[in-house]
Design a protein around this ligand. Structure first.
Ligand code: GLV
Length: 322
């Protein structure tokens, strides 16, 4: 297909290695910054374009889509796509793609990083060690929670949830999961995982790790009621989406000891963080970096570019959203 007349908006920074995949004939409007374009500017720059490559900081709603009727594809550089109104895109015949698979293992690694860091108080330990307070060996210093042999609860048993479960085999953990769909018996056997309802997982798990997409039915999945069902000794890990947790309820849960700790990569109103979380020592916080390894971020950018190009070439996208 002749790509001569095609044009793209890349609404935020992407690695050169990924940008170089775009053929010269395609004209690229590139905002090489990390700041989301204001909605009016996004709409203005999208006008007349054939495709958009964007990050999760760009909200693509029906109004944005209406302003750009020539757009045929939106390639999100993320596996989660709650920043895009999928129903509106579908109605308008716009293909939406995401970046599954390439970030599964890296994200699972980071969920485990948060789990371990929270359980064994690594951030507190680092702070203490640097601060000059360490004067002698101390028997009662920084005791934490065991991980080996405990029960891991996983909310959302998709690609990432399963990758998190697979790592738990090495820790001889029992895995319980909640998902609308049961995994195949072979997968459950391999991962030594059993499906339970939400309440069962919350009651049984020593660690609860969230791996659901953000959907109307998963918004505030972790609320006062569900947090109160967790063990007092349990730790919550969220490397999925902030609004899956009612952050105000989580702060109360941590303040009042309904649960023991939390490892959080995502927040309800990023980059704002509930002020109650900031002074808490039993909480490990990260700035939405679960997929941020050198290799994976490059793979995500590359996949998004390839998805966009495929649609512009009239081919099926590699990874359309389901
Ligand atoms: C990151 O948040 C992603 O959804 O890939």
């Amino acid at each position: 297909m002749n790509m001569m007349s095609k044009s793209l908006l890349v609404s935020n920074v992407l690695p050169d290695e990924a940008l170089r995949l775009i053929p010269r004939e395609i004209s690229v409007d590139y905002n090489g910054t990390q700041t989301a374009l204001p909605k009016t500017e996004l709409m203005a720059r999208l006008r007349g374009k054939d495709g958009l490559i964007c990050h999760i900081i760009s909200a693509i709603d029906d109004e944005v889509l209406a302003a750009a009727p020539t757009v045929k594809v939106i390639a999100n550089v993320a596996v989660g796509y709650n920043n895009i109104d999928i129903a509106a895109a579908r109605r308008r015949g716009v293909v939406v793609t995401n970046t599954p698979d390439v970030l599964t293992e890296t994200t699972a690694d980071f969920a485990w990083t948060l789990l371990m860091a929270t359980a064994r108080r690594v951030v507190e330990a680092d702070r203490f060690t640097r601060s000059g307070q360490w004067h002698r060996w101390q028997w009662d210093l920084l005791w934490g929670a065991d991980v080996y042999g405990k029960t891991l609860g996983i909310m959302g048993f998709g690609r990432i949830g399963r990758a998190v479960a697979r790592r738990a085999l090495g820790f001889n953990m029992r895995v319980v999961y909640q998902d609308a769909v049961a995994a195949d018996a072979a997968v459950e056997r391999e991962l030594r995982a059993s499906r339970m309802d939400l309440e069962g997982v919350l009651r049984e798990a020593d660690f609860v790790s969230l791996h659901t997409p953000l959907l109307p039915e998963t918004r505030h999945l972790m609320n006062e009621r569900s947090l109160r069902l967790m063990k007092k000794s349990a730790i919550l890990v969220n490397a999925a989406r902030g609004p899956v947790v009612d952050e105000a309820a989580l702060v109360r849960a941590l303040e009042e000891g309904w649960i023991a700790g939390a490892g959080l990569d995502v927040f309800e109103e990023e980059p704002t963080i509930h002020p109650g979380l900031l002074p808490m020592t039993n909480v490990v916080l990260a700035p939405h970096i679960a997929s941020a390894s050198f290799d994976t971020r490059l793979a995500m950018a590359t996949l998004a570019v390839r998805n966009c190009l495929a649609v512009l070439e009239g081919k099926p996208p590699l990874t359309p959203v389901p």
